[in-house]
Design a protein. Structure first.
Length: 136
């Protein structure tokens, strides 16, 4: 399993009228976790597109809300890859508050698309190879 952590503070503009993190913003937090994980593992997402001509569309999203987050809370976005990717890459997400309580759990599944052909491709070796060390 590969795990990545990223700190994020809840901004005022991300909250609803009650001062809670708006439920529609949790998938954006998942995206932050995924992009920062990929950046730390291999390269920035932008380079995947620019250098390798690959996109990663989301094909599945699931989110479970356990506790609210509020304006100015300091959260940790925990992103995990629990199994080696093949045609799909699955990201397991947890949003954790300052008390180390899991306030939200999510799952996103993405696949890779060649931008020139608009066809689905397998997870590239430059992502698979660094992950191998975490799956033995």
């Amino acid at each position: 399993m590969y795990e990545h952590r990223f700190k994020k503070r809840v901004r005022y503009g991300e909250t609803d009228q009650m001062g809670y993190l708006y439920y529609g913003n949790y998938p954006m937090y998942y995206e932050i976790g995924r992009t920062e994980m990929i950046r730390d593992l291999v390269m920035p997402y932008a380079e995947l597109e620019r250098k390798y001509g690959l996109m990663m569309p989301v094909m599945f999203l699931e989110s479970k809300y356990l506790l609210p987050a509020k304006y100015d809370d300091h959260l940790t976005i925990v992103t995990k890859i629990r199994e080696m990717p093949g045609k799909l890459i699955s990201f397991h997400h947890e949003i954790v508050n300052e008390e180390e309580k899991v306030i939200n759990k999510g799952l996103t599944k993405l696949f890779f698309v060649d931008m020139k052909t608009n066809r689905r491709v397998s997870t590239p070796d430059f992502i698979i190879n660094p992950l191998k060390a975490f799956f033995n």
